[in-house]
Write a protein that binds this ligand. Structure first.
Ligand code: ITT
Length: 219
């Protein structure tokens, strides 16, 4: 397959989440494609965020990439990600970032939202034994051209389980549900206890980004 990106293209990372920008910059460091974050593009005022109305990570990822591409006139890479917990029927899923408010945006700061989301997950899993606390992070990445056409999409997954209260939250790296997520196959460390480079080597975002990178590299 030919790389869908014209030579010399700068790729804009279409996310308002500074942790994702940091992770993705590290993952894409060896790709010879200049990458900029949205924060570097907001000279004309901040770009409003799209409503994430899709039922799937695929739909939301495509919608975000297309939204920011049209507004910036640039090639944009977006991801939609979240946590699926088997015992909760796959929730929080696509509403992971606003789980404590059932998907509603309240304008609460990210750290506050993360804490409320994590508290809800632990509450809903009360009494569920370790072997039934299986969970996975999912990440779907999409690249859209400046007209908003999605030209590439890939999915990555990261298996683990939600720790028991008392065992978690633990760790100071990462973001979101990382402090609750015991990483498979040994379920010893949480995502927040992995150094950034180790998380990127194992994570859903790392997996999706490597699939995107290899598609971009192949000529
Ligand atoms: P953008 O939409 O601006 O990219 P966001 O944080 O709102 O930022 P998502 O809509 O993709 O991103 O929601 C992902 C949520 O899933 C995120 O807020 C976390 O709660 C959770 N999540 C995703 N990846 C994670 C990771 O690597 N570690 C911990 N939690 C993660």
């Amino acid at each position: 397959m030919n790389s869908p990106l014209p030579p010399g293209t700068t790729l804009a990372l279409a996310t308002g989440n500074p942790h994702k920008v940091q992770e993705m910059r590290a993952i894409f460091a060896d790709l010879r494609i200049p990458i900029i974050g949205l924060a570097d593009l907001t000279a004309g005022g901040p770009i409003p965020e799209p409503a994430e109305t899709g039922d799937t990570f695929e739909a939301n990822s495509a919608l975000k990439a297309a939204w920011y591409a049209r507004r910036t006139g640039m090639w944009c890479l977006a991801d939609d990600s979240g946590l699926e917990i088997d015992a909760l029927g796959g929730r929080p899923g696509v509403i992971s970032s606003h789980y404590s408010t059932d998907g509603r945006e309240t304008g609460a700061a990210r750290a506050e939202r993360d804490a409320a989301n994590n508290a809800r997950v632990l509450r809903e899993l009360q009494g569920v034994p370790p072997e039934r606390r299986a969970a996975r992070f999912v990440c779907v990445m999409s690249i859209a051209d400046p007209e908003g056409r999605v030209v590439l999409q890939r999915r990555g997954e990261f298996e683990g389980r939600i720790g028991l209260p008392g065992q978690v939250p633990r760790g100071s790296h990462g973001f979101g549900y990382d402090p609750l997520f015991l990483v498979a196959p040994d379920f010893v460390r949480t995502g927040a206890e992995l150094a950034e480079s180790e998380k990127n080597a194992r994570s859903h975002r790392g997996a999706a980004a490597r699939l995107i990178a290899s598609a971009l590299r192949s000529v």
